[in-house]
Design a protein around this ligand. Structure first.
Ligand SMILES: Cc1cc2nc3c(=O)[nH]c(=O)nc-3n(C[C@H](O)[C@H](O)[C@H](O)COP(=O)(O)OP(=O)(O)OC[C@H]3O[C@@H](n4cnc5c(N)ncnc54)[C@H](O)[C@@H]3O)c2cc1C
Ligand code: FES
Ligand code: FES
Length: 465
């Protein structure tokens, strides 16, 4: 198919003729839909937020806000999108009215993005019982109004009135994800819906650039002007979208958006429950995936230390079928993985029972919406007498790859979990890594974090272990 059609603000749109490398934001603005703003083009400000109609984890349709600056236009194929131009029906939408009446807008540049995030929050099932979720606007920045009036606008949102057309829309199913094969000249965009199709396409187009949520890759395309002849999107692959919380393991598809994992796991395992609220913003988490986070093999990615601590395995799929890689063997060098040519990350398997003690810590300049300077995932198994039977202490930001402090782990195993044992582990961990200095932190600061996070582990858990 060489046409690219989707629904924009309730109208069928034919966007054929657009480069598959184009983002939704650029296309919208070029076509005159200039309500959606560009602030940073790297997912940091939320001025570009739009809303998708997507299938929620309970099967019902939901409004999901995303950053259109990191959303490839071709990903919109067959989908339904609302921009700020589509929210008002005659009179202002209640979200817009709340922003006006409570003084939530000054220069107005950030306002369309806030309106779209608040719009999705307005229709969130559960808002009536739980109240306004401040996290819903965590990915939107404002540089002149001040956040208090915007927060008050959120808190002041009325309940949904009868006959609300946007609420009625959610009573029908969200659009299905159909396979896409879109071309403009030599440039192609594929969006297969099965793993067999995805691996076959990758085998046929070995130079294709794989994309899932795009929250890493499209930043690179925007900032470094990288362009690809062939793009292979995994976001609609059915087998990569599974979530199975079984007796032996929690298995999470590589393409499940982080916000969905966050909603589905609740408080368990605590390492992941602590990780997701610290991982960027809801806007990013609505698109970012575990597959993308692991495939980048960034030494400061947040999921690797957590998954290393949980003893996870990564199932990869390629032309000759599937194989399982223990996560400790996935990262082979700076931004390099053990994936062979043609292989894709299919899912992550986290064995059960979960460790008796599990903690995730992230050290960054801001608590929320920031990249790690150092991150740590700690997991201990204690027996009934309080003796450590197993330990996994994993770090990010201290070496070329996410890594475990194995000597420090050995210093804990077989001993009662005590201040003394933690001191032994700290002594081993202190010499385990040679961190680098960069703009986020000096080598000395990072080295200090390696041991002080073990103090934090003891402070958080020692008294109750
Ligand atoms: C504003 C902002 C804040 C961020 N904050 C954080 C943060 O707090 N913590 C953090 O860890 N990261 C953060 N990130 C980085 C990014 O969001 C994550 O790495 C995310 O998990 C990437 O997932 P994705 O699906 O969007 O990857 P994509 O951008 O789609 O892909 C990333 C890379 O992985 C490859 N890939 C994707 N899926 C697969 C697969 N299944 N198999 C094989 N290869 C694959 C792609 O080819 C590409 O090279 C942030 C990014 C932005 C823009
Ligand atoms: S333009 Fe800033 S997040 Fe998209
Ligand atoms: S109103 Fe000016 S940036 Fe928010």
């Amino acid at each position: 198919m060489s046409s690219l059609r989707f629904t924009l603000n309730g109208r069928e749109i034919d966007a054929s003729g657009a480069d598959p490398n184009t983002t939704l934001l650029l296309w919208l603005r070029e076509r005159g839909w200039t309500g959606t703003k560009e602030g940073c083009a790297e997912g940091e400000c939320g001025a570009c937020a739009v809303v998708l109609v997507r299938r929620g984890s309970d099967g019902g349709a939901r409004y999901v806000p995303v950053n259109s600056c990191l959303f490839l236009l071709a990903s919109a194929a067959g989908q339904e999108i609302l921009t700020v131009e589509g929210v008002a029906a005659g009179a202002l939408h209640p979200v817009q009215r709340a922003m006006v009446e409570l003084g939530g807008s000054q220069c107005g540049y950030c306002t369309p993005g806030f309106v779209m995030s608040l719009f999705a929050e307005y229709y969130r099932p559960g808002r009536a019982e739980e109240g306004f979720d401040l996290e819903s606007i965590a990915g939107n920045l404002c540089r002149c109004t001040g956040y208090r009036p915007i927060r008050e606008a959120g808190r002041g949102l009325p309940m949904i009135a009868d006959g609300d057309a946007h609420a009625d829309r959610l009573s029908r199913p969200a659009p299905a994800s159909e396979p896409v094969d879109y071309a403009l000249g030599a440039r192609r965009y594929f969006r297969p819906t099965s793993l067999a199709e995805a691996t076959a396409l990758y085998a046929a187009h070995p130079d294709a650039k794989v994309v899932c949520g795009g929250t890493d890759l499209v930043v690179e395309m925007n900032q470094r002007l990288r362009r690809f002849e062939t793009i292979l999107s995994l976001e609609a692959v059915e087998e990569l979208s599974g979530f199975d919380d079984g007796d032996d393991a929690l298995v999470i598809g590589a393409a499940v958006p982080l916000s969905e994992i966050e909603a589905r796991i609740g408080d368990d395992p605590p390492i992941l429950a602590a990780l997701f609220p610290l991982f960027s913003s809801r806007l990013i988490r609505n698109r970012a995936t575990l597959g993308g986070n692991l495939a980048t093999a960034s030494p400061i990615g947040d999921s690797p230390p957590a998954l290393l601590a949980l003893g996870a395995e990564v199932v990869v799929a390629g032309p000759s079928g599937e194989r399982t890689i223990p996560i400790a063997e996935l990262f082979t060098g700076y931004r390099q993985t053990a994936l062979a040519p043609g292989e894709l990350i299919a899912r992550v398997r986290i064995p059960k029972p979960y460790p008796s003690i599990g903690r995730f810590y992230k050290v960054s300049k801001r608590v929320h919406d920031d990249i790690s300077t150092v991150a740590a995932g700690f997991a201990l198994d204690l027996d009934a007498s309080g003796t450590v039977r197993g330990a996994r202490l994993a770090y990010g930001g201290v070496a070329a790859t996410p890594v475990r402090a194995t000597a420090a782990e050995q210093a804990l195993v077989g001993k009662p979990f005590s201040r003394e044992a933690i001191e032994d582990a700290k002594a081993k961990a202190a010499t385990a890594f040679t961190p680098m200095t960069d703009q986020r932190g000096s080598a000395a600061y990072r080295a200090a974090m390696v041991t002080s996070l073990l103090d934090k582990l003891w402070a958080d858990t020692g008294a109750t272990a």
